[in-house]
Design a binder for this molecule. Structure first.
Ligand code: HEC
Ligand code: HEC
Ligand code: HEC
Ligand code: HEC
Ligand code: HEC
Ligand code: HEC
Ligand code: HEC
Ligand code: HEC
Length: 357
């Protein structure tokens, strides 16, 4: 309360000194406006960062918060992040961390930056508009900004709970709908291994900039989505099961380099669709044969061997046909399962082994 008051007084004093002040300041310090306007330029985080670094002499950029700087790293996550945040009822179906840390978590170290000039840069870490009266903030986390963390989720450690009865039929919470809007669960359909609690079929095919290779448009039902928030974790990891909800670092590992948000799953076999073909709707681990042993998400791939499609009567003949065509014409691209970026490459050993016995 006192802090807020002081901010308002400082602002009032600066603005009262003459409405022209901010404009003069704008002209005098050309670095100022790009900083204040940064919220409009979503998707250009990297360039913005470089700009401000080269233009501002004292290297520290107070419009960009880093978890990697020494002092911040020395603090516990919940020195700043308090879960649940005050706005959770508005933002989430369960007590979630859905907002930025409060002023109180910064001010004891950053009094100087909080009261610097008419438009303190540091406000724009969280606020869309720097103003003593406007409390509007960016979404948490900021859309289109790479994350400073990688996620920790060991599939292997979760096999028992995934398969357990206790877990069956629990509703998939609504937070899934944030970035991908999965279909409503079809109750009549078996939820294999309950993987669907975290991986539902993506209702809308993502549309990455530049499109997919060969301008191929994967039909609805192609992709499985992955968790985008806490809805698939907090029902177990709330208070009892570690890591609990306040232990951010238990699931978010500070990464040395920024982690870009994936715009579409990376595929070998872009032509494969999980749905609606009944033959493709099977126990997940019958194709993802190693997933139940994966201890980390690091470099985790879908890892579906060609033997899971070609040893069946379904695709062996087709694979052989393409294999023969490639033998006759080395430029032949295999397009049954692949787009040309993969199908024009040399035949991998996993494929040749099917026909050389
Ligand atoms: C000194 C205060 C502070 C501490 C300590 C802190 N954070 Fe943050 N955190 C912030 C601020 C401020 C933001 C918003 C940054 C932004 O949007 O640019 C943020 C954003 C995040 C985000 C979303 C953005 C992203 O990069 O993915 C995650 C996840 C996160 N913090 C996790 C953690 C974890 C895990 C820890 C402990 C290891 C931690 N934080 C410690 C202040 C802090
Ligand atoms: C315990 C003291 C402390 C707290 C609390 C703290 N900071 Fe910092 N912050 C620092 C120091 C010291 C630096 C200078 C870099 C360094 O040496 O780590 C810094 C640097 C920064 C920078 C410049 C870029 C960077 O990260 O290096 C920003 C922006 C920033 N802090 C924002 C915040 C915000 C927002 C909060 C509250 C959510 C916060 N800080 C909480 C001590 C603190
Ligand atoms: C680390 C993120 C962060 C930074 C940096 C920050 N704010 Fe806030 N601000 C918040 C949050 C979160 C709230 C909501 C109130 C709360 O939960 O503490 C808020 C609330 C406000 C409000 C509403 C009134 C109030 O005090 O509750 C105003 C006005 C405001 N901030 C202005 C500013 C200004 C001006 C600056 C820079 C000097 C600034 N904020 C810096 C996160 C931030
Ligand atoms: C018939 C075999 C098959 C079955 C059954 C199957 N998948 Fe897949 N899955 C694949 C293939 C093939 C890929 C893409 C691999 C590639 O291109 O590298 C894939 C990719 C994925 C991906 C990565 C995102 C994407 O769509 O590219 C996830 C997540 C996934 N599957 C989850 C599941 C879940 C959960 C189930 C069970 C409900 C399941 N899969 C059942 C074959 C299968
Ligand atoms: C159905 C309940 C359940 C759900 C849902 C769940 N977990 Fe877990 N999780 C557990 C249990 C039980 C353990 C302990 C397993 C063990 O120690 O063998 C665990 C352990 C962990 C661990 C610690 C592993 C270790 O090495 O000690 C992490 C990290 C974790 N879970 C992350 C997550 C994340 C992230 C999500 C959401 C994407 C999630 N969990 C969803 C039940 C669950
Ligand atoms: C039990 C595991 C777990 C814990 C504990 C946890 N997270 Fe997460 N968090 C996840 C997973 C999984 C995602 C979705 C995948 C991703 O974006 O990394 C996620 C996503 C996020 C996001 C982006 C998506 C969103 O919901 O807006 C933010 C921000 C975030 N976490 C911050 C935090 C903070 C801050 C804490 C501590 C108060 C925390 N998380 C604790 C597992 C966890
Ligand atoms: C509690 C949540 C949870 C459960 C249950 C779960 N996963 Fe995952 N899975 C994740 C998370 C989180 C990721 C990482 C997603 C990312 O990197 O964006 C992931 C990644 C994957 C990937 C790699 C995706 C890619 O794009 O490369 C596959 C494949 C996968 N899971 C399959 C499965 C299968 C099969 C099951 C059931 C046996 C299963 N998962 C159960 C949370 C879960
Ligand atoms: C029935 C579907 C299918 C057909 C037909 C097919 N592939 Fe594949 N291809 C796969 C699958 C599944 C994988 C991933 C796992 C593997 O290598 O076993 C894959 C992987 C690949 C890879 C990537 C290997 C790697 O490790 O990065 C290349 C290159 C490739 N295929 C080329 C071809 C060529 C050339 C042909 C035609 C002669 C062909 N494929 C026909 C399903 C198919």
């Amino acid at each position: 309360m006192r802090i807020r008051l002081v901010i308002i007084i400082v602002f009032a004093a600066l603005l009262g000194a003459g409405y022209v002040f901010p404009r003069i300041a704008l002209n005098a310090t050309p670095t100022f406006s790009p900083q204040v306007n940064r919220k409009k330029q979503t998707g250009r985080t990297v360039r913005r960062r470089n700009q401000s670094r080269s233009q501002r002499k004292p290297a520290r950029d107070y419009s960009q918060f880093s978890h990697r700087s020494a002092k911040h790293q020395s603090l516990a996550c919940d020195a700043c992040h308090k879960a649940p945040t005050a706005n959770w009822l508005k933002a989430s179906a369960f007590p979630d961390v859905a907002d930025y840390p409060s002023h109180a978590s910064c001010i004891k170290c950053h009094r100087t930056e909080f009261f610097k000039g008419a438009r303190p840069l540091i406000c724009s870490v969280c606020h869309t508009k720097v103003s003593p009266r406007d409390e509007a903030r960016f979404d948490f986390e900021k859309p289109n900004q790479p994350s400073q963390f990688s996620t920790i989720f060991p599939h292997d450690k979760h096999q028992d709970v995934i398969a357990s009865d206790r877990f069956k039929g629990e509703p998939v919470a609504a937070a899934h709908a944030l970035r991908s809007a999965p279909r409503a669960q079809d109750k009549s359909r078996a939820q294999y291994y309950n993987c669907a609690v975290c991986h539902q079929t993506e209702a809308k095919t993502p549309n990455p900039p530049g499109g997919f290779p060969d301008n191929f448009m994967p039909p609805a039902g192609t992709f499985k989505a992955a968790p985008v928030g806490h809805a698939s974790c907090y029902n177990c990891h709330w208070k009892n099961q570690e890591p609990t909800h306040n232990d951010c670092a238990g699931c978010h590992k500070l990464s040395e380099t920024d982690v870009a948000m994936r715009l579409a799953p990376k595929r070998n076999s872009l032509k494969f669709a999980h749905e609606p073909l009944e033959a493709h709707i099977a126990e997940c681990a019958s194709c993802h044969i190693n997933i139940t042993r994966e201890s980390s998400l690091l470099n985790l791939k879908p890892d579906v061997p060609i033997t899971s499609c070609s040893t069946s009567s379904c695709h062996l003949a087709q694979t052989q046909t393409e294999f023969e065509q490639r033998k006759l014409d080395s430029s032949f691209g295999c397009v049954k399962c692949h787009t040309s970026d993969v199908g024009k490459r040399p035949v991998p050993a996993s494929h040749s082994a099917l026909f050389t016995e």
